[in-house]
Design a protein around this ligand. Sequence first.
Ligand SMILES: [Zn+2]
Length: 511
Amino acid sequence: MAEKVRIFDTTLRDGEQSPGATLMHRQKMLIAKQLAKLNVDVIEAGFPIASEDDFLAVKEIAETVKGPTICALSRAIPKDIDRAWEAIQNAKNPRIHTFMSSSDVHLKYQFKISRKEALQMSIEAVKRSCSYCKDVEFSPMDATRTDPKFLFQMVEAAIDAGATTINIPDTVGYAQPIEFGALIKAVIEHVPGIKNAVVSVHCHNDLGLAVANSLEAVRNGARQVECTVNGLGERAGNASLEEIVMNLHIRKSIFNCSTGINLRQLYPSSQMVTNLTGISVQRNKAIVGENAFAHEAGIHQHGLIADSQTYEIMNPEMIGKTTKLVLGKHSGRHATKKVLAEMGFNLTEQQLKQVSQKIKQLADKQKTVLEEDIIAIASDVTRQLVQEKRRIELDEVRVNTGNKVKPTATVTLMIDGKKKTAQGKGVGPVDAVASAIQSMLPERISLKEYHLKAITGGTDALADVVIKVQNGKGNVYNAESINEDIIMASANALVKGINKALASKKSKSRA
Ligand SMILES: [Zn+2]
C-alpha cells in the first residue's frame, strides 16, 4: 500500500511574500477555494499577526473553505499564537504553525539569544498552541544550517510539548539533495519521539533544488511536503506543488507514496495563481509552462503521431490542460457555466454573463476559442470584480499613431468620481497612453516593467499584458489585463496596477 504524503500548500503565506505578489482579500478567497478543489491537505492561509488584512483573510478562509486543514503561522511569541488562534478557531480542522530559529547564526545575530533560551521559547510556544488546538506544527527555522545535535534536541522538546507535525525547513535554500535526505533520515533516527509526529519539509529554491530536496526527503521518510502553486515564494521561491505532485505520481515505483491531489486541477490552479498574482511562470517551466507539452522537432512530432508514448511521459489532459475547442458562438449560458466549473471557476450570475459575452465576441473574431482563452477571460472577469477599491476608472482612450506622426494619446479617467482628460506623447501608442494616464494621477506611480504576450493564434489573438508599477515608497504591484486590443489591454493593466498601489497600505510580513 502506498503511503500518503500530505500536501501542505503555502501559496497564500510564503507565496504571497514573493516580491510584488501581494494579493487582495477577495483574491485570497478565490485561491483558497481553488486549493480546496485541488484537494490539498493543508492550506497555510497566512500570518495573522502581520497585518489586519492577513488576519481577516485567514479568518474568512477558516470559516468558509471546507475540506483542507486551515493553518495559521505564528512566531514563538504569545501574542502571535493568540492572534493565530483567533483567526482559525472556527475552522473545522484548525492548525497552528509556530516556529523558532535553531541555527547559531540566526540566534546570535537576529534574535540575540542563547540556545537554551531558544529551546525554552519553542517549548512554551508549542504548549501555548496546544492549549488552543490539538493540531500543532513546529518548525526549527534554518534547520539545514543548525548543529544537528541541537536540532534533534529542539525537535524532541517540541514533540514532548505536544507538536504533532515537525517541519524541517531549508529556509535559505542551501541544502543539496544528498545531505537533505540524510538530515531527514538522521532526525527520524535520533529523535525517539518522532514516531508520534509527521515529518514535514519546507525547501527554498535558491539553488534550484527545492523540488529535488523535497523528493529526497520523502524517500527518507518525510510525509508532508510544503510547497506553492507555480513555486512562488520568498526570493527564488518554494518547491513547486505541481512538480512535487507529478514526480510522486509519474515515478510511483520509486517513492511508493501517493497524494490526494486532484491532478486535473493542477493546470487551472496554476493559471488562476498566475492571473491573480500577475506573476507568470517561465514558458519552459515543468508541468505548467506554456511549452511543457509542445513538440517542435519534426522527428518528435512524427513519433508522437505514431504513438504518444514515444516522447511523452505524461499528457496535458492529466493535469487538466486541454487545447480543444470547448465553447463556441452558439454555446448557451448553461454549457459555459459547466465548462467554467470544470476549470475551477465558480462564477456569480453577473460574472457568468460577462464571461459569456466575451467568449461570444471572441468566437465572432477568431475561428476557435481554446481553453486557454476561456481561462484568461474568466480570470480577467473575476479579477476585475474582486478589485476592492477602485479610485480610478478608465473612461475613454484615443490614440493617433503611424510612421509619419508622433504617437499621441488622449485618455479620460474617472478619478475619485471626477472626470479628467489629458494628452500624452510617447515613442509608441502604448507609451503615449501611459504618459497621459500618469500625468493625471494624485500621486507619483511609475511603470517599472511591461510584458506583452499573445495567448493563442495570430493577429486577432487575445493580448495579455502584465505590468509592474511602483509607488513613491518603493512598493511594487503587479497587474494584468487581457483584451483583443493591445492598447486597451495595456491601459486596463496600468489602471489596475495604479488602483492596487493606491489602495494598499499593507505592511509585508516576514517569516
Ligand atoms: Zn519559506
